[in-house]
Design a protein around this ligand. Structure first.
Ligand code: 1CP
Length: 366
């Protein structure tokens, strides 16, 4: 039988709510900081020994229901031959930003052979994980385009938006190319054994629904369509995307990630019928006292179980670097405990032969 994460992400019955955390690997873990102290970020991403160990660290420590592949959204660019570094404390920096048609013509193609180390890392991780699924990922075309056009992290994405509105043909050609790269990157991970994938459109929330729909959505749809033959669950997420949940939910994912600024019950009304939800505890809540945090966790578990599709518990964005590394594991235990309890209660209340709301299958527990 498929794992709990895969089943929930396909809105199938489960016996507990599965949970993982965006950015669960990385700076919040002392064992990560220890491993990374002598290695640059992108070197680490291309070294299977390190990728394997870093991906497994949060699974061991927190007992999450899935691993997320340790890599970065700019790895496909680097593998294609783009001059990019990840500067500590800054993020991805691109030596020659792409701002003209000639710049785009110079952008190299990404061949799957350039990702042989990625396939090797995934194969090793999957062997070590056993039953626990690995989630692959890539950046969505718009979010990667922002780094490529701006040349690095950006507060307002003004060069990106100026091109989107001023030279829509060039903008669309760049997003189409980046979409192909992201699909190739994810395809390699799925072919090597990843069981699901997430397309991160972290900065889509900077767009109006009108501009998102006209200039970005078709390119994200192309990525999901290109990967449809794998028949695996897929997640789509962006920060501050409450107003974009409806159009983003049309991109083609089986699960819609929800930012912490939106109530899950409101998200239900915005996504596609039957689409699962992921989220959405505020990452800063992990700094709150347990007596405050615990009921918030329960509230989200309940809201997820009331949603007519599946629910995967997560934060509403990534784990913050200063998070106490003991806390995510407590949240995992609580999500498992509370969801099992609620599902058992609902199963007991349902008249025999009928299923409790949100529950399905002979186990009547979702
Ligand atoms: O020094 C360090 O440790 C580098 C920090 C770091 C890490 C741990 C970066 C630089 N990337 C990563 C790993 C990473 N990046 C993962 C795997 C770890 C996990 O999730 O457990 C993932 C999924 C990403 C994806 C990523 N990179 C996104 C999308 C997710 C999100 O958080 O919205 C984005 C926007 C990036 C770009 C990036 N890479 C690194 C930083 C600091 C940034 C953001 C820079 C900015 O603010 O623009």
């Amino acid at each position: 039988m498929a794992s709990t994460l895969v089943r929930a992400a396909l809105s199938q019955p489960v016996d507990h709510t599965p949970v993982w955390f965006m950015r669960q690997a990385g700076r919040s873990l002392p064992e990560y900081r220890e491993l990374r102290k002598d290695n640059a970020m992108l070197e680490a991403c291309r070294t299977p020994d390190l990728v394997t160990e870093i991906t497994l660290q949060p699974v061991r420590r927190h007992g999450v229901d899935a691993a997320i592949f340790f890599s970065d959204i700019v790895v496909p660019l680097q593998a294609a031959g783009v001059d990019v570094v990840i500067e500590p404390g800054v993020g991805p920096v691109i030596a020659h930003p792409v701002r003209t048609r000639a710049d785009l013509d110079r952008l190299p193609e990404l061949e799957p052979e350039a990702l042989a180390d990625i396939a090797e890392s995934v194969t090793r991780i999957v062997a070590e994980l056993g039953e626990t699924p690995l989630i692959g990922f890539a950046g969505a075309p718009f979010t990667v385009a922002s780094y490529l056009i701006e040349g690095g992290p950006s507060r307002n994405h003004e060069k990106t938006k100026a091109m989107m509105l001023g030279d829509p043909g060039l903008f669309s050609a760049i997003l189409a190319e980046l979409g192909r790269m992201s699909a190739t990157f994810i395809d390699v991970q799925l072919s090597a054994g990843a069981r699901a994938f997430q397309l991160f459109d972290s900065w889509a929330g900077y767009l109006s629904p009108q501009d998102y729909r006209a200039s970005v959505l078709p390119h994200s749809q192309a990525v999901f369509a290109a990967l449809g033959h794998h028949e695996v669950p897929s997640f789509h997420f962006g920060v501050q995307t409450g107003e974009l949940l409806a159009p983003m939910s049309e991109a083609g994912s089986t699960v819609m990630g929800v930012d912490f600024r939106v109530d899950l019950a409101d998200a239900t009304a915005r996504v596609q019928p039957g689409q699962a939800l992921q989220g959405n505890l505020d990452p800063a809540m992990l700094f709150a006292p347990w007596e405050v945090l615990r009921p918030r966790v329960e509230q989200i578990v309940r809201a997820g179980l009331d949603h007519p599709g599946g629910h995967v518990f997560n934060l509403g964005h990534g784990v913050l670097p200063a998070t106490d590394p003991a806390v995510p594991g407590l949240v995992v235990e609580e999500v498992h405990r509370v969801s099992r309890e609620i599902l058992a209660e609902r199963a007991a209340q349902a008249p025999s032969g009928e299923q409790a709301p949100g529950a399905a299958g002979t186990d009547a527990r979702r």
